[in-house]
Design a protein around this ligand. Structure first.
Ligand code: NAP
Length: 315
């Protein structure tokens, strides 16, 4: 089988597509034939070595976390899945490897995909779908009468967050590039702010919840835009953010919540259900073929593609 691999932490030049044996599964493992995977920024942060403390130093390593595919083989102790099931799945950062023709996962990392959700759509859901869900519903506990600013409302994380916030009944302000305002409107954003024209910091409104997907509105700059009480959902975990948030949260009712997603099976099941019911739509900005995966990454990592929603590779 073909698998994107690297043998040392580093940039794109560490990557190659290797021919490797299809892996054997242990009794509690499931072999999935990957039909599509989606690209997340964390994939190349892990490859660059930014998460070394968590991901360790064993090589070669695979790349990628999100996938959708078909169960090819189940270990003897697997009871929830059978060969032929269509699934979506998430590999944790340490055991990444969804950029491949096959991947091995365990039951908690998988959920059955319904037939009306395509493999491409299914492959987009795990990481950013679960992040949106955990951030808005579990951390912020967003309420119908609340206001939320989603700074970057049409990207992978943002477009799911808008839909979840609207389902809760919250009032959503969303920022995006001028090119993406029509999509923001379709997603249901109540107040659309074109960030090329308006600086959200000078917009004159405050919010109960702020989710910054853009990396351009850190907590220090978002705090004046928060209500009392209010909560800022930080997508950029790191030691300074954890320390800063700890001390801030001791004394302030404007909370700084640092997100660190771990996708759980319940998230995956819920996301598939919402997608299947049509209440969580997936926008796919661009699709690449597996043969082009390295050039796709070159384009995506260097921001040569500027599309809304998710970027998907079909296998
Ligand atoms: N901590 C966690 O657990 C966790 C989990 C998942 C993701 N993340 C992080 O969350 C971030 C977002 O992920 P993603 O997949 O949604 O990325 P993405 O698809 O690239 O989206 C980025 C967003 O930023 C917007 N943006 C760019 N410049 C902006 C500006 N000047 N002002 C306002 N918005 C601007 C983009 O809007 P336009 O396209 O309209 O320009 C787009 O909506 C990434 O850094 C990712 O690593 C963290």
């Amino acid at each position: 089988m073909k698998r994107v691999e690297y043998s040392e932490y580093g940039g794109l030049d560490t990557l190659s597509v290797k021919e490797t044996p299809i892996p054997e599964v242990d009794a509690d493992e499931i072999l999935v034939e990957v039909r599509a995977f989606s690209i997340n920024e964390i994939d190349w942060k892990v490859r660059n070595g930014d998460q070394k403390i968590m991901t360790g130093s064993h090589f070669p390593r695979g790349m990628g976390c999100d996938l959708a595919g078909v169960v090819k083989h189940c270990g003897a102790k697997v009871t929830e899945f059978v060969t032929g099931d269509e699934v979506i799945g998430w590999l944790d950062f340490k055991h990444a490897g969804s950029y491949a023709e096959y991947a091995v996962l365990k039951t908690p990392q998988l959920a059955k995909k319904s037939a009306n959700v395509s493999f491409e759509e299914g492959a987009c859901l795990p990481m950013v779908g679960a992040t949106a869900r955990q951030a808005l519903l579990d951390e912020a506990k967003l309420q119908p009468n609340q206001t939320i600013l989603i700074n970057g409302c049409t990207g992978g994380l943002g477009h799911y967050a808008v839909q979840l916030a609207k389902q809760v009944g919250a009032t959503v302000t969303g920022t995006c590039n001028r090119e993406h305002t029509t999509l923001a409107e379709k997603l249901g954003v109540d107040d659309i702010v074109d960030y090329t024209q308006t600086d959200i910091r000078q917009y004159g409104k405050t919010y109960d919840v702020i989710l910054d997907t853009s990396k351009r509105l850190p907590f220090s700059e978002a705090k004046p835009l928060l209500n009392h009480p209010g909560i800022y959902l930080d997508t950029q975990p790191g030691i300074p953010a954890f320390i800063g948030s700890f001390f801030n949260n001791l004394f302030s009712e404007q909370k700084h919540d640092v997100l660190g997603v771990t996708v759980k099976r319940a998230d995956l099941i819920d996301l598939v259900q919402r997608a299947s019911e049509g209440t969580l739509k997936t926008i796919i900005g661009k699709t690449y073929a597996f043969e082009d995966v390295i050039s796709a990454l070159r384009e995506v990592e260097s921001k040569q593609v500027h599309v809304p929603g998710k970027i998907v590779v079909t296998v």
